[in-house]
Write a protein that binds this ligand. Structure first.
Ligand SMILES: Cc1cc2nc3c(=O)[nH]c(=O)nc-3n(C[C@H](O)[C@H](O)[C@H](O)COP(=O)(O)OP(=O)(O)OC[C@H]3O[C@@H](n4cnc5c(N)ncnc54)[C@H](O)[C@@H]3O)c2cc1C
Ligand SMILES: *[C@@H]1O[C@H](CO)[C@@H](O)[C@H](O)[C@H]1NC(C)=O
Ligand SMILES: *[C@@H]1O[C@H](CO)[C@@H](O)[C@H](O)[C@H]1NC(C)=O
Ligand SMILES: *[C@@H]1O[C@H](CO)[C@@H](O)[C@H](O)[C@H]1NC(C)=O
Ligand SMILES: *[C@@H]1O[C@H](CO)[C@@H](O)[C@H](O)[C@H]1NC(C)=O
Length: 505
């Protein structure tokens, strides 16, 4: 029997023949090999542990099921797992908080998902200057530890988002105006390399890796098993949430552009965003504004002066103010699980004209109304989300030798425009992806036409097909490639760690 002969042959020849066997065998072998070293920590389908690890924010990720999950309990376990996987040439991925939306972002078919969930300790240093955080934590776990101590860190704004992905891809926070993006505030990483070796990266150890891990895409370099990040004294924070009709978009965005160019650099504790949201029930739009401040205005002072121009805008349909601790904000901002999602982003100069704005919003409207022939075919929730990258943030990004993203104050104040959208029916996946990719490409064209284009794309909001690191500039791209080759000389991660935003080797 030919099949049996091949089976025997592949037992005789080791290593290389594994790759020529069917993917099913390869997967079984990976889980079996892991179970020989970590028998308690391998979860096969239809077990409670498998279901627990299958918690993903988007449905597309949830539906992408691995042959098994492996759940390390220590750095040593991660090192053992890495050795087994890279020696056996087994495909894998790594899951932090599972909030990347697209299939395969931190999930895999025909492979192993390493779920970091049990690496979840959080330790505040005795001088309260830093916090050491395991990669299995969600941001709520960090803030619930820090709030009672009157401390905080530059971290996520949604309770369930994982610390890992957010810190590796950038990290826009309530505190970014003062301290930069979250990645700019990582002091030290503990990393398991492709070989299984554990190394540290900081301004004084493996400086090249330290630079690369701040925006370069974790999967190109290694598995982070610990983040040490800067802590600071922090009390409650404040927000004024305003809503205006969709037709006020230009008035509101103009105030937001001015806030980005002039307001934020003058008041670094301030942050904010504008969302132009579509409501399927009415077929209409609203212009929703979040104005945040890291210090609570004293009674009598009223609103922080920097936000006053927004108060003069007529026809507000909602106007509420909240003062609360950071954990409460994270809970209020939590975006529910259970939907299908896609997104993508374009970053432009904050000086864009009203003509540019009108043309891109028209493209956005066309995408939204053009998705389905009839209203009610699916239930979509599109947003055009505008977030600031003001000069004070660009300046804070230069500390510790700068990050890998390559943005400089000379790029001028920027606005990050992202287009997240959810829907329910899997049959509409291709429509949603196609229409959103076209929208992104068309907005980029408009940005070029109006001379406000930048090649920079924010990794954490990028579509799977966006070439993120190429937008960091040729020099940074080549430097990242060189660092990836140094720490993964055999290109094991490049071949085996499935996922997105990989550097060309
Ligand atoms: C509802 C929601 C709110 C958000 N809010 C914000 C926000 O306020 N600010 C902001 O900047 N971004 C925000 N994001 C974007 C967010 O930063 C990214 O989605 C991020 O990747 C999520 O991290 P995660 O650990 O949950 O993701 P995962 O999907 O688990 O991982 C993301 C990527 O990191 C890799 N990875 C995970 N763990 C490790 C590790 N230990 N070592 C190496 N690589 C690893 C994965 O393989 C994957 O490629 C938000 C996203 C959502 C869905
Ligand atoms: C993280 O926080 C959530 C919400 O408070 C909690 O349910 C969970 O147990 C926490 N995880 C850890 C490891 O403490
Ligand atoms: C933006 O405002 C303009 C002018 O009021 C309006 O014509 C357009 O429909 C608005 N766009 C959206 C998406 O609300
Ligand atoms: C622009 O911002 C400056 C500084 O915050 C403020 O004084 C001014 O009123 C703003 N102008 C508009 C039109 O919003
Ligand atoms: C929101 O309410 C405050 C307090 O009543 C008021 O001063 C402000 O003008 C309102 N803002 C808008 C945009 O209507």
């Amino acid at each position: 029997m030919v099949v049996a002969t091949f089976g025997t042959l592949s037992l005789v020849l080791s290593g290389i023949t594994l790759a020529t066997k069917s993917p099913l065998h390869a997967r079984d072998d990976a889980c079996a090999a892991l179970a020989t070293v970590l028998p308690q920590d391998v979860a096969l389908p239809s077990t409670t542990a498998f279901t627990q690890s299958s918690s993903y924010w988007s449905q597309q990720q949830l539906e992408t099921q691995p042959q098994c999950f492996v759940t390390p309990k220590s750095t040593k376990d991660v090192s053992t797992i890495m050795e087994v996987l890279t020696k056996g040439n087994f495909p894998f991925t790594v899951k932090g908080g599972g909030h990347i939306p697209f299939a395969g972002g931190s999930s895999i078919e025909n492979g192993v998902t390493i779920d970091m969930v049990h690496l979840n300790d959080i330790k505040v240093s005795s001088d309260q200057q830093t916090v050491s955080i395991g990669p299995g934590n969600r941001w709520i776990n960090v803030t619930e530890t820090l709030d009672p101590l009157g401390l905080s860190v530059v971290g996520g704004r949604d309770m369930n988002v994982g610390v890992s992905g957010l810190l590796l891809g950038g990290g826009i926070s309530y505190f970014s105006g003062q301290y930069g993006w979250a990645c700019d505030n990582v002091r030290r990483y503990e990393v398991v390399l492709a070989s299984g070796r554990v190394v540290y990266a900081s301004p004084s150890e493996n400086k090249d890796l330290y630079w690369a891990l701040r925006g370069g895409g974790g999967l190109n370099f290694g598995i982070v098993t610990r983040f040490e990040i800067v802590a600071f004294k922090q009390g409650k924070i404040w927000e004024n949430a305003l809503s205006f009709p969709g037709s006020s978009n230009a008035t509101v965005i103009n105030a937001f552009q001015n806030l980005t160019a002039r307001g934020f650099p003058a008041d670094k504790a301030a942050s904010g965003f504008v969302g132009i949201n579509y409501h399927g029930s009415t077929g209409g739009y609203s212009t929703d504004v979040g104005l945040l401040h890291a210090t609570v205005p004293s009674t009598g002072e009223g609103l922080p002066a920097v936000f006053r121009p927004f108060q003069r805008i007529p026809s507000a349909t909602a106007n509420s103010t909240v003062t609360a601790d950071v954990s409460t904000f994270l809970k209020n901002f939590a975006t529910p699980y259970g939907r299908r999602w896609t997104w993508g982003n374009v970053v432009v100069s904050a000086s864009f004209s009203n003509k540019f704005l009108a043309e891109i919003l028209s493209l956005y409207e066309t995408r939204n109304v053009g998705l389905f022939k009839t209203q009610g075919e699916d239930d979509i929730t599109p947003t055009a989300l505008f977030q600031p990258i003001p000069l004070n943030v660009l300046e804070a990004m230069q500390k510790n030798g700068g990050n890998a993203m390559g943005l400089k104050p000379s790029n001028g104040p920027l606005v990050l425009i992202s287009f997240p959208m959810s829907w329910a029916n899997p049959q509409n996946d291709d429509l949603a992806y196609g229409a959103t990719r076209k929208l992104i490409a068309d907005v980029e064209e408009k940005a070029k036409k109006y001379k406000v284009y930048t090649p920079f794309v924010y990794l954490n909001y990028a579509d799977a097909k966006q070439e993120v690191q190429k937008g960091y500039g040729k020099e940074n791209y080549e430097r990242l490639q060189k660092i990836a080759r140094k720490y993964d000389p055999q290109g094991k991660l490049a071949r085996l760690w499935k996922g997105y935003f990989k550097l060309d080797r």
